[in-house]
Ligand binder design. Structure first.
Ligand code: TYD
Length: 138
C-alpha cells in the first residue's frame, strides 16, 4: 500500500546581497499549488497551540518569516514534528492532514499560503471526527 506523504520540507533560494536578504515564493513554481490565500499568525506565545484541524480540500505551505515555531503533522497513524527556524524554510502540508502549530517564539510571524479561498465547512476541527473520516477513506 502506498503511503501518502505527511508533509514536504522546502528550502527557498535566498537572493540576498549587501542590502539584506530576499526570499521569493511563486505560486505553482516554488509552491506546489496556485496561491489563493495568504494569512499570518503573530502574537502567539510558547503556551499557545493553534491549528488543531484538518482540511478536506486545502493544501498549505507554512513559512516562519520571523522567529520560530513548530508544527506537528499526523494522518492519525504516523506523526512528525517540523521545526521552522529560518525565513527561507517552509513546510508543505497536503490536504487531510491533522496539524497543530505551537512553541511560538515571542517574535514569531508564521505565514501560511493556501491553495483555496477560506471555506469553514472544509475544516475538520474534532480529532475523533477526523479519525473516522480517515478510516472511511482507507
Ligand atoms: P483558525 O482556523 O482557528 O486559526 P488557526 O488555524 O491559525 O488556529 O481561525 C481563527 C478564526 O479566523 C476562525 O473564526 C476562522 C477565521 N478565519 C477566516 O475567516 N479566514 C481564514 O483564512 C482563516 C485561516 C481563519
Amino acid at each position: 500500500m502506498s503511503q501518502k506523504e505527511l508533509f514536504r520540507k522546502m528550502t527557498f533560494p535566498e537572493l540576498g546581497d549587501e542590502r539584506g536578504n530576499l526570499v521569493v515564493v511563486e505560486g505553482a513554481i516554488d509552491i506546489p499549488f496556485e496561491i489563493k490565500r495568504a494569512f499570518f499568525i503573530y502574537g502567539s506565545d510558547a503556551t499557545v497551540v493553534r491549528g488543531c484541524h484538518a482540511n478536506r480540500i486545502s493544501e498549505f505551505v507554512l513559512i516562519n518569516v520571523s522567529g520560530t515555531s513548530k508544527v506537528m503533522i499526523t494522518d492519525g497513524t504516523s506523526k512528525e514534528i517540523v521545526s521552522l527556524t529560518r525565513p527561507r524554510d517552509g513546510v508543505y502540508i497536503p490536504k487531510m492532514m491533522w496539524k497543530e502549530m505551537y512553541e511560538f517564539s515571542k517574535d514569531a510571524v508564521l505565514m501560511v499560503l493556501a491553495s483555496t479561498h477560506y471555506d469553514g465547512s472544509e475544516y475538520i476541527r474534532d480529532y475523533n471526527a477526523y479519525l473516522n473520516e480517515m478510516k472511511q477513506q482507507n
